[in-house]
Design a protein around this ligand. Structure first.
Ligand code: SAM
Ligand code: SF4
Length: 390
């Protein structure tokens, strides 16, 4: 019997202006009508749909038939936030706690543009240190960092996680550098997961069988491993000696312990031709989702031969279109869109791109390179066209 539950990274909480439903760490924040909020707080994975409708009927003093219709409308409207057959349970605020004194209408959309009482997700740069030397790393400037200079004491970070959970933070990105350089990372992840914070870790480290087991027991649902090529020579050239063997072991150990493995692959001039085979190889190993990230260069690096050409990207898009359905479905659509954008950009379309990217305060801006090529500040370099001509 269906016991609906808010998805793991979804939260519902009270703000001054009313109730919000949100996906941690994202822009997806909705102002919710109090009746919908009442229904959503009952979606904790412990109640059946019938029980939720009965509770609502009692609350509204109406028949169960009417209440069932309202519950269906809520489910339809917030389908992206709810697992109908979720296997987890969630501790949600009680309806009384959430709704006491809340105005009986949906808060105005503008209310969401102001500052919220707390963030919905947070990022933790565990360390700037990293044993790898990826040629493309945008964090390269930090790589001289030493682990011991970075580490926040465990009790402090655990306390921070608790405080974050108390104010309604729903996701934590633990990144770096290489986050698993921190030996007690699993303890931090475990605490966050216990407090219903969705944990997101990108890594290129060796995850042993034992560590995979601990992560699985801690309740880690999924993890991101970064791999760029099915070919050991290319992977080791891009990341460092032994990387291919290490990352293959990592994926296999995680899959064996039931952790959903997603892969992020940076597309550079060196591996672009191998991406179709990479997708197939990862799928065969049990990877559930593959994100392709076009290489982005940091501000301080302008002499790259790592950028694929527009022709390379166009070739890759054609190959992606030819992939069998199951492999295409494993690709993250956002990555495909990023590659489509790289192809789309040429002199004629620059105006559109500039319009798309107009001042986004800290997100992106257009940079003109000494050789008159151009790129967005955190984007890839447009390989065709020059700023002087357009
Ligand atoms: C900076 S790393 C940190 C986590 C970990 N060290 C790793 O490599 O997975 C986060 C992600 O960014 C990707 N990345 C690094 N440099 C990049 C670049 N210049 N362009 C696009 N993605 C990049 C990495 O491959 C990885 O998937
Ligand atoms: S493993 Fe990650 S942080 Fe380390 S050099 Fe590679 S991309 Fe950068």
């Amino acid at each position: 019997m269906s016991r609906p539950v808010l998805k793991p990274f979804v939260g519902i909480r009270r703000e001054d202006f009313g109730v919000i439903l949100y996906r941690g760490g994202s822009d997806q924040i909705q102002a919710v009508h109090p009746v919908a909020a009442y229904v959503l707080t009952l979606m904790d994975g412990r109640r059946t749909l019938r029980e939720i409708s009965e509770a609502l009927a009692r609350e509204l003093g109406r028949g169960v038939g009417d209440a069932t219709e309202i519950v269906e409308v809520v489910l339809d409207r917030y389908a992206d936030y709810v697992d109908l057959e979720g296997s987890h349970v969630k501790d949600l605020p009680s309806p009384e706690e959430l709704l006491e004194g809340v105005p009986a209408e949906i808060p105005p959309e503008e209310a969401l543009h102001g500052r919220l009482s707390a963030p919905t997700g947070f990022g933790y740069i565990v360390t700037h240190a990293c044993p790898n030397r990826c040629r493309y790393c945008y964090a390269a400037a930090w790589r001289r960092a030493r682990l011991e200079d970075d580490l926040v004491p465990l009790d402090v970070i655990l306390r921070t996680v608790d405080e974050a959970a108390d104010v309604g933070v729903k996701t934590i990105l633990m990144t770096g550098g290489e986050p698993f350089m921190r030996p007690d990372l699993v303890d931090i992840a475990e605490r966050a997961l216990k407090r219903d914070i969705f944990v997101y870790i990108p890594t290129k480290s060796l995850i042993t069988e034992e560590k995979a087991r601990r992560l699985s027991e801690a309740g880690l649902g999924w993890i991101q491993v970064s791999i760029d090529s099915p070919n050991p020579e290319t992977e080791d050239f891009l990341v460092g000696p032994g990387a291919h063997a290490r990352l293959t072991t990592t994926v296999r150990n995680l899959v064996r312990h039931g952790i959903d493995v997603r892969v992020n692959s940076v597309v550079t001039s060196y591996n672009v031709g191998e991406v179709p085979r990479l997708i197939e190889w990862l799928y065969e190993m049990g990877v559930s989702r593959i994100s392709l990230s076009p290489y982005q260069s940091p501000h301080d690096r302008v002499d790259d031969d790592l950028f694929p050409s527009v022709g390379d990207y166009a070739w890759l898009l054609d190959r992606i279109k030819e992939l069998p359905r199951h492999l295409r479905d494993a690709l993250d659509p956002a990555g495909i869109r990023a590659i489509e954008n790289a192809v789309r950009v040429n002199e004629d379309e620059l105006e559109d791109v500039v319009a798309l990217r107009k001042c986004s305060a800290g997100r992106s801006s257009l940079v003109i390179l000494p050789d008159a090529g151009f790129r967005s500040a955190r984007g890839w370099r447009w390989t065709r066209g020059s700023s002087w001509e357009t």
